[in-house]
Design a protein around this ligand. Structure first.
Ligand SMILES: *Cc1c(COP(=O)(O)O)cnc(C)c1O
Length: 394
């Protein structure tokens, strides 16, 4: 299925988009585990190398399984093209390396994924690209941070772990006015819940490691955007090599087929858990954009089709209390990963956000009593029972 996918509905694209059956008539997608390809003749080899003819040469450049994943995800995001990468971080790195140069400036939301921040501060800075961090939800701060040399606005919405919501339409307007690109990390929502390109973003980056795999097996990432921009990103990838493995692409193709029903199930379990936690006497505060009293609720309702699977909550008693709750659960996996069928639990202040100074951490709202749960697909009865066991330890 490769032709006219533009006419197909979302659920059909997720299942049949991007794949062309081979002459073997396989029903499921074939996996091409090959590092290189043979040429029909010496003359054809010369044509492929000079770009006179398009064809597979080497899997750092193109691979049919990876290509299928790219086409399917591009269709789901509503983008012209997708470039798959070895991880989510490789996606962000490729965007920056391909599209920025020394002297350029980036405005970035302050609570982006930890490694994104390390990459910007420790590595990208070495090449003369400077970054200003602003609060995700403060559009005036984004506007005020713009300089003549600003070339990119980078945000992650909803934020981790407090589910703050960026106004994508407003950010796209700021970016457009500054003639800068708006890049959105759409890992937490996936195209099922949010399509940033629709709201004016130029580029979407993904960690496919999370919900797109959905079962915590493989690392991968992707960049989606216009053909012109993706050509530049692909150029960097071909030269530098952080490409997706065909095996991982095959796993992610499988993941995309069930992504919609999984995201709905994650969201339903998370909404149920958030209301339960909100009513719990030992919980002082719950952060979930699906709750009507969350400051981002109306915005999330406007630009997302559901509220996602990540819930954070606070207990009184700081780190000691939070650790006691976490260590008293038995079923939930104590891991910083998310987007898995298995529910995970983590203490952000001493793990995912442990690198921040105390001051920066508290300013970002990551208190010592905060616990993050990435709600999985187990029966919600068992998830609540395990958290009840945790909270009973207080
Ligand atoms: C995990 C994650 C990344 C990085 O992805 P990797 O696949 O681990 O490299 C980037 N952004 C967000 C929001 C993430 O959760």
């Amino acid at each position: 299925m490769d032709k006219d996918t533009g006419d197909l509905q979302q659920d059909t694209l997720a299942i049949r988009g991007g794949y062309q059956r081979t002459h073997e008539n396989e029903h499921a997608e074939a996996m091409f585990l090959t590092s290189s390809y043979v040429f029909e003749s010496a003359a054809m080899a010369a044509k492929y190398f000079s770009n006179e003819a398009q064809g597979n040469v080497y899997s750092r450049y193109t691979n049919p399984t990876v290509r299928s994943f790219e086409k399917r995800l591009a269709a789901m995001e509503g983008g012209e093209q997708c470039v798959a990468t070895a991880s989510g971080m490789a996606a962000t790195l490729s965007v920056i390396m391909a599209l920025l140069q020394s002297g350029d400036h980036v405005v970035c939301s302050q609570d982006v994924f930890g490694s994104t921040r390390v990459m910007m501060d420790k590595y990208i800075a070495k090449f003369g690209v400077s970054v200003t961090y602003v609060p995700l939800v403060d559009i005036d701060a984004w506007q005020a941070a713009i300089r003549p040399e600003t070339k990119m606005l980078f945000c992650e919405t909803p934020s981790n772990p407090l589910s703050e919501i960026a106004d994508l339409e407003a950010l796209a307007a700021v970016a457009k006015h500054a003639q800068a690109l708006l890049v959105v990390d759409n890992c937490f929502c996936t195209p099922v819940l949010q399509k940033p390109l629709q709201w004016g973003a130029d580029i979407v980056v993904h960690s496919a490691t999370k919900y797109i795999d959905g079962q915590g097996r493989c690392l991968g990432g992707a960049v989606v955007g216009s053909a012109t921009l993706m050509e530049q990103v692909e150029g960097f990838l071909r030269a530098a090599g952080p490409t997706m493995s065909p095996f991982n692409a095959w796993v992610f193709l499988k993941g995309l087929e069930t992504l919609r029903i999984r995201m709905q199930a994650h969201s339903a379990n998370a909404a149920d858990l958030a209301s339960w936690l909100q009513a719990h006497p030992k919980v002082s505060k719950v952060y979930y954009s699906g709750l009507p009293d969350h400051p981002g609720h109306l915005l999330a309702k406007k630009q997302q089709s559901d509220f996602g699977g990540v819930v954070a909550f606070e207990v009184e008693g700081g780190q000691d209390a939070a650790w006691r709750v976490i260590d008293s659960t038995q079923m939930l996996s104590l891991t910083a990963n998310l987007g898995d069928a298995k529910t995970t639990i983590v203490h952000p202040a001493t793990t995912t956000h442990g690198r921040l100074s105390d001051e920066a951490r508290l300013e970002a709202g990551i208190s010592d009593g905060l616990i993050r749960v990435a709600v999985g697909l187990e029966d919600i009865i068992d998830i609540k029972a395990d958290l009840e066991r945790g909270l009973a330890a207080l």
